[in-house]
Design a protein around this ligand. Structure first.
Ligand SMILES: NC(=O)c1ccc[n+]([C@@H]2O[C@H](COP(=O)([O-])OP(=O)(O)OC[C@H]3O[C@@H](n4cnc5c(N)ncnc54)[C@H](O)[C@@H]3O)[C@@H](O)[C@H]2O)c1
Length: 506
């Protein structure tokens, strides 16, 4: 059965709780104490007001407002607002949701375009200005996207837009998404935290006032949790119910508590601050939220993006905004050795773009319950940086006839270079029906197909200078030295192996 078929009005953002419902205890307890005569919780359906007040028991599969899609049930014409819609993920998701029949709206202030430009770089996959993107979405996919240029922190504009659209789901991507950028001195660190933390805090207040039943899907990062040297599992944001702590001969339950955070940069710190602000909002105001601990995303391909060159999403290669695999492929294409930091034995959770988008649709279609702060680890595999370089080099060599070497350079970051990594990623497969069928090899091949096109190759070459890292976490000046260069296949893969736990098979 489809994973969300039996969810009820309780999870539906169109259901408005009625009566003096009081909520005591933390956002995880789900304990509800209704006041007044009735002990039952009643709702009113905003989409079907004629039904009056009733118990929130109608299942998605039996409600005419919910429609079955290949990703589970989705609200018919669901109104989804994407904050940061012009970005790498925002644009990709807008097209996917539009194609699925959602009414998509979104905001962006183009900060990503400006910051990349300031770095002297550009998206190596050419992207169009937003007006042309919107026109192409209409022409090619027949999608109308309601776009408004604004800064998320402009509370009056944001409030007006939210009042106008009344979104049933808000996807929040609108943050400055670069760890190296946030480590580039006081101005950058303040800018990142101001943009991210205050933007989210304002959004939460406006949602509470204007659309308290709307579900929030917010992008955090796996980097919030660090990589504990003890090898402790990286749970999905909260400890499972049977987790315990033992101390001085006594034992306590940790179930439902937030797991420890160990962020890796001032950018990651901004995500941790967001996490607590969202958690508190669910607790205080009955808001519903899904915090997505996102692994590193790679790729440029989805069904919608591939339909027309004007629809493509961005891909950056500069040290601040280019992510790991995207940069490796660009290096291979432009005959630059793949740069691995330090030992290259850092292990991370990763996921191809197509899978990440599918997960997002599934999460949007299964909103949390009122008052519930939920978390997923959104990854489809865990990989060692050195191994990723080998995969990229292998595809470069064998499928595209490109000779590639690997270069170890001094690590600009302050981080353990060898560590265990044990990620729990059970909820997406178990509760949201997600199953990844895409191998890294396959997705990297698709990237090479786009990145070896003459126009893109030329742009990568134009950006050669900005690929190598400069920003050092310790604030020291000076170029990062090369430790060694080696050929793919020459290295041992080291002591630790990453582990991912997708849950026991039923
Ligand atoms: N891409 C990844 O691998 C990855 C991994 C982990 C987490 N994330 C998170 O996912 C989200 C989206 O990532 P992305 O890769 O698409 O980044 P992106 O920079 O391409 O997208 C973010 C968009 O938000 C916009 N924006 C930023 N601040 C804004 C503001 N104050 N007001 C309005 N618009 C604003 C930017 O202009 C940009 O278009 C970010 O929060 C990021 O931290 C991404």
């Amino acid at each position: 059965m489809t994973h969300n078929a039996q969810k009820t009005c309780w999870n539906c953002p169109a259901a408005k709780l009625k009566g003096n419902v009081d909520f005591r205890g933390c956002g995880q307890s789900g304990r509800i104490v209704p006041k007044g005569e009735s002990k039952q919780i009643m709702i009113e359906c905003k989409r079907r007001p004629g039904l009056g007040h009733f118990e929130p028991t109608i299942e998605f599969q039996n409600c005419p407002e919910w429609r079955e899609t290949e990703y589970g049930y989705l609200l018919e014409d669901m109104r989804v607002m994407i904050l940061g819609i012009d970005g790498y993920l925002g644009w990709t998701l807008a097209l996917k949701l539009g194609n699925l029949g959602c009414q998509v709206s979104g905001i962006d202030n183009f900060t990503r375009r400006e910051l990349v430009d300031e770095k002297g770089s550009q998206s190596v996959v050419p992207i169009r200005p937003i007006d042309e993107r919107l026109e192409a979405a209409k022409e090619v996919l027949d999608i109308d996207i309601n776009f408004r240029e604004m800064d998320l922190r402009d509370e009056d504009k944001l409030r007006d837009f939210i009042q106008e659209v009344e979104p049933e789901s808000i996807v929040h991507y609108a943050e400055i998404s670069s760890a190296p950028y946030s480590m580039g001195g006081m101005k950058n660190a303040v800018e990142v935290q101001d943009n991210n933390v205050l933007g989210t805090l304002k959004l939460l207040h406006i949602m509470k006032d204007e659309v308290p039943t709307t579900s929030l899907v917010k992008l955090g990062t796996m980097g919030e949790m660090g990589s504990p040297l003890t090898g402790r599992p990286l749970f999905e944001g909260l400890f499972p119910s049977d987790a315990k702590i033992e101390w001085e001969d006594k034992e306590w339950s940790l179930g439902g508590e937030m797991t420890p955070r160990d962020p890796a940069s001032f950018y990651h710190c901004s995500k941790v601050h967001d996490t607590y602000n969202i958690y508190e909002s669910c607790k205080y105001w009955w808001m519903r939220s899904m915090d997505v601990m996102q692994g590193i995303i790679y790729g440029v391909h989805t069904e919608e993006l591939a339909q027309d060159k004007r629809l493509r999403t961005r891909l950056d290669v500069d040290e601040a905004f280019g992510t790991l695999i995207n940069r490796f492929v660009s290096q291979a294409v432009s005959d630059i050795p793949l740069t691995v930091y330090g030992e290259g034995e850092q292990i991370r959770g990763m996921i191809p773009l197509r899978d990440a988008m599918e997960c997002m649709v599934r999460l949007i279609g299964s909103p949390s319950e009122p008052g519930q702060y939920d978390v997923v680890n959104q990854i489809s595999g865990v990989h060692k940086v050195k191994e990723v370089a080998e995969t990229v080099a292998d595809v470069a060599q064998n499928e595209f006839d490109l000779d590639t070497s690997i270069q170890r350079i001094e690590n600009p970051r302050v981080e353990p270079e060898q560590h265990p990594f044990y990620a729990i990623a059970r909820k997406l497969p178990k509760e949201f029906g997600f199953e990844s069928n895409i191998s890294m090899h396959e997705e990297v091949e698709k990237m090479f197909e786009v990145l070896t096109q003459e126009r893109v190759k030329e742009r990568i070459r134009e950006n050669r200078e900005v690929i190598l890292p400069e920003t050092r976490w310790d604030s020291q000046d000076g170029e990062l030295g090369v430790i060694e260069e080696y050929e793919p296949g020459e290295k041992e893969m080291g002591r630790y192996k990453g582990k991912i736990d997708r849950g026991k098979e039923d």
